[in-house]
Design a protein around this ligand. Sequence first.
Ligand code: ADP
Ligand code: MG
Length: 362
Amino acid sequence: MASVTFDKATRLYPGGDKPAVDQLELEIHDGEFLVLVGPSGCGKSTSLRMLAGLEDVNGGAIRIGDRDVTHLPPKDRDIAMVFQNYALYPHMTVADNMGFALKIAGEDKATIRKKVEDAAKMLDLTQYLDRKPKALSGGQRQRVAMGRAIVRKPQVFLMDEPLSNLDAKLRVSTRTQIAALQRDLGITTVYVTHDQVEAMTMGDRVAVLKDGLLQQVDTPRNMYDRPANLFVAGFIGSPAMNLVEVPITDGGVKFGDSVVPVSREALSAAADAGDRTVTVGVRPEHFDVAETGGLTMVVNVVEELGADGYVYGSTATAEGSQDLVVRVGGRQVPEKGSSLHVVPRADEIHVFSTSSGERLSK
Ligand SMILES: Nc1ncnc2c1ncn2[C@@H]1O[C@H](COP(=O)(O)OP(=O)(O)O)[C@@H](O)[C@H]1O
Ligand SMILES: [Mg+2]
């Protein structure tokens, strides 16, 4: 087992005008499950491939434990990778697929068999060891790919969207299995996904990337409660956080017909930047529906989920109209077409600089 360090690691593809991964600084603890998440093209796979040795590092360094692996070939890094397309050998049985790397490494037959059987037991694959991959379901193939990584007992697991070929229901159950398996094995894992729900449910910590730049590394809880900037605020959480640009007034911000108090520090930071507005973030569950005041919202769609409901609507702003999502109790869902007054809870709002996007509130 080992920690993993990206020390200002940079990848500039030949002919590219800006780095695909730009001075990535990330310290992954021994035994940790770290999820790299971000929209398509943000540099997740590139980061993982740099760690695997499949992509050159053009600046900075990468370390596994105390070893500088920046320029080591993949085979000398003691890592195992699971890809989106499982890349199983079609002509080999499940057992041979799982044991292949050990065979190449020159381990004896009996040892290989023992390791493969142990991994198969963990993954519920014992009865399929003699089958070929084509005779397996997608979920089973995915587990064979996991098994192939597990038998090698590497220092680090790397997984690049390993669940994206599974259907939605299987994806949910498999993500729990992978997280549990990783906890049992205690092997440091870097897991890549574009799906923020996957990231939030699986990771000990989550690292959000955008345009090759690290935005925030945090526990799922902190990421949700204290997003560092507007991008993370909008990316993490479903339905997404409402982000509304509002004028600054004395001691707070003007939120429709209400004044919502905001800390003096946040307001003066905005004023120092020369801003006359801030962007306020409110999660759907942090609005109260009131008789008057706040923002007036016209209800467009109501999503009833039983225990609660999501109200999708729009509100008039200086710039035109803005969409809002508000969570309400399952027994208090409003009619489509009706109007609601919604007021954010002052102690639950997030305040961001409109100009820089950085978080201003504590
Ligand atoms: N082999 C390559 N050559 C040139 N550019 C690449 C190559 N692979 C990826 N890129 C570019 O680098 C950026 C990051 O890609 P990638 O790491 O695959 O993103 P992600 O996995 O987050 O979707 C993208 O702009 C992509 O087009
Ligand atoms: Mg990718």
